[in-house]
Design a protein around this ligand. Structure first.
Ligand SMILES: O=C(O)CCC(=O)C(=O)O
Ligand SMILES: [Fe+2]
Length: 343
């Protein structure tokens, strides 16, 4: 059967060469954009009193924004106490260049910690800013004489607690909206409606450049899809416990090397997404897991229980089918193809 792909954006040129490791070498389209934003942490910090409008303004310009004293320290301590047993029993999801083996990731933090759900996810600033970037309001004709309005609020996308241990190296710079195949063209000014996710990074302990603070490239939310990210353009999201860093998912970022002897770098990263990025029917709530285990892999794939490449729809860091069908021959890579860009 021929595969039909209805939406695609891969205008790369195969050069008919492979490198020493066997990866095909490609040329990517020119992007002709060299803008860099040289900013300090102060430029990225909102003043008191913090309002959704002030955060929105910073995000439009820089793609990132610091909010100091976002949550009280005892709330952070409670979230950490709730996830600590899960960090202790963490199982790395296998060989993956993107997910370092020295980093522990506790996914589903908002179901493992009620405090995370009530205080971090439901934080009024998170809700207001997420709705500004991800909420949708539209009117629809219903028949001949009626027009109705509908509002789709932003919703939880993921909430992962990341622990980076001493000895870890820099995570590759990436955008988290690759999970939604969000393709952006160069923008001179930020355009609302181009975002599929918005993140908040909460420090559960003091986070420094030395112990692995998330680094990000200010302004990269306005870049062309193919522009390359360089480490010399990053700003480190250094945070005191309880501080928060807001970030659009279309910004390049990554966890960083932990060069300390004995400090754990621990943050909780929540992403919100558009309310419409889900299935119309919620068939998962209340359906016994045995039902899904009884289905064929083909039926499970069509129900959406196979992850969408890359990294969308995992359960506990694994593809749900590998958990539902542990005895079957099944492997679903995160990337269908892997190339090296010609230099
Ligand atoms: O650990 C961090 O600071 C960032 C992790 C991250 O961006 C990711 O795994 O997607
Ligand atoms: Fe990320």
């Amino acid at each position: 059967m021929t595969e039909v792909i209805t939406q695609t954006y891969s205008d790369i040129k195969l050069l008919d060469k492979v490198n020493a490791e066997g990866f095909p070498i490609v040329e990517v389209p020119e992007y002709n954009d060299t803008r860099t934003l040289k900013v300090t942490a102060e430029d990225l910090t909102v003043s008191e009193p913090v309002t959704p409008e002030k955060i929105t303004e910073k995000l439009k310009i820089y793609g990132g924004c610091f909010v100091r004293n976002y949550l009280p320290e005892d709330v952070c301590d409670q979230i950490l106490a709730d996830v600590r047993p899960h960090l202790d029993s963490f199982r790395p999801p296998g060989d993956d260049e993107f997910i370092a083996q020295t980093t522990k990731r506790v996914s589903g933090t908002c179901v493992k910690s009620k405090t995370a759900a009530e205080k971090f996810l439901a934080h009024p600033l998170n809700i207001a800013v997420s709705n500004k970037f991800l909420g949708k309001e539209n009117v629809f004709r219903m028949g001949v004489d009626e027009v109705v309005g509908g509002y789709s609020a932003a919703q939880h996308n993921s909430c992962i607690t990341f622990s980076i241990s001493p000895g870890s190296s820099n995570q590759i710079l990436h955008k988290d909206d690759i999970t939604h195949h969000n393709i952006k063209k160069h923008q001179d000014e930020y355009t609302f409606g181009t975002e599929t996710a918005l993140g908040t990074v909460l420090a559960l302990k003091k986070t420094t450049k030395e112990n692995g603070a998330t680094r990000f490239i200010p302004g990269s939310h306005l870049w062309d899809h193919y522009r390359e990210p360089h480490d010399e353009d990053v700003v480190y999201a250094e945070l005191e416990k309880g501080d928060c860093f807001f970030m659009l998912a279309s910004c390049y970022h990554g966890g960083s090397a932990n060069v300390t002897k004995d400090e754990e770098r621990i943050v909780c990263i929540l992403f919100m997404t558009q309310g419409t990025l889900r299935q119309e029917e919620n068939i998962f709530l209340g359906t016994p897991i045995e039902y899904f285990k009884s289905l064929s892999i083909d039926a499970l794939k069509a129900l959406g229980l196979q992850m969408s490449q890359p990294y969308c729809g995992y359960w506990e860091n694994f593809d749900p089918i590998s958990l539902l069908k542990p005895d079957d021959e099944y492997h679903h890579p995160q990337f269908r193809d892997h190339y090296r860009v010609a230099k």
